[in-house]
Ligand binder design. Structure first.
Ligand code: ARG
Length: 274
């Protein structure tokens, strides 16, 4: 556990949220989705961040882009430098330029990605390095592109279970303090070699159970002390308490129908406009 630090987040209200296509195993386009409930749950998440003292900025939702609520996929921002997203599936392709425009309009230096990557869904900054998922969405070639852009070492991790198609569904960054980096993860979501990499880098990591993983409990947002986590991730919450973290349960069940939780709805802006 480390001290909480103030964070700067970008979020997108799920005004146009629905499940109209299926690009991950959680999505069922025949099931009813309640966008009003999604908005209410999302507002509780936003208000939780505000109560914790974080800054939340908003991007306007675009009609016809129901997954735009999953802001984490919109870009990766390190030291005020924006690496744009380039989505794997055509259904989400227009989100990349929409998020990039928001940053450019705000005066950020943005870099248009040449390689397929789904933003912070797969590129997670932990201390002085970036853990980068591949296997389902983000291309391995984008890991090298991100490393060159940010000048941070990028460690590639292979995801093997389609339910955990983005790295942020299988691994949560608990502390990004370079002196005490810490993560929680669900080992079966990773290839054997990637598991060994994680064991080597984080011998003291919090290991999530299957119950935590199926609740998308790893899709958690930590400020170094408070960890916003799905209510179903009871084992994870207990493990976090034992380590001195303060879990805060926020129910985003309606957004889980699209395959996302708290972290998916939250893009962290690191550093300010250069
Ligand atoms: N329906 C979205 C997709 O499949 C969910 C994205 C969740 N985002 C995340 N950061 N894991 O692309």
């Amino acid at each position: 556990m480390t001290a909480a630090t103030r964070r700067h987040y970008l979020m997108c209200e799920p005004t146009h949220y629905t499940v109209s296509y299926e690009i991950n195993p959680w999505m069922d386009a025949t099931r009813f989705t309640d966008s009003e409930l999604a908005v209410r749950q999302w507002r509780v998440l936003r208000d939780t961040y505000l109560e914790l003292g974080h800054t939340v900025e908003l991007i306007d939702p675009v009609p016809g882009l129901p997954d735009m609520v999953y802001a984490a996929n919109g870009a990766t921002v390190v030291d005020g430098v924006v690496y744009s997203a380039r989505f794997r599936y055509p259904e989400r392709a227009a989100e990349g330029p929409a998020y990039q425009k928001w940053f450019a309009d705000g005066g950020y230096v943005t870099h248009t990605a040449a390689e397929t990557n789904e933003g912070e869904g797969d590129l997670l900054t932990v201390g002085d390095l970036i853990l980068a998922g591949t296997g389902f969405r983000t291309a391995r070639s984008s890991h090298a592109e991100a490393q060159e852009l940010f000048g941070l070492p990028v460690v590639s991790l292979e995801l093997v279970d389609p339910h955990y198609y983005h790295l942020d569904t299988a691994l949560a960054v608990l502390s990004s303090d370079p002196a005490h980096p810490q993560v929680a993860y669900y080992p079966p979501a990773f290839s054997p070699g990637s598991r060994r990499v994680l064991e080597r880098l984080y011998p003291d990591a919090v290991i999530a159970t299957e119950r935590d993983a199926v609740a998308l409990g790893l899709n958690a947002v930590s400020d170094g002390h408070h960890v916003v986590v799905a209510p179903g991730a009871v084992d994870l919450a207990q493990a976090l308490r034992e380590r001195g973290y303060e879990p805060i349960a926020v129910d985003t069940s309606e957004l889980l129908k699209g395959g996302g939780g708290a972290k998916c709805c939250t893009l962290e802006i690191r550093g300010s406009v250069a």
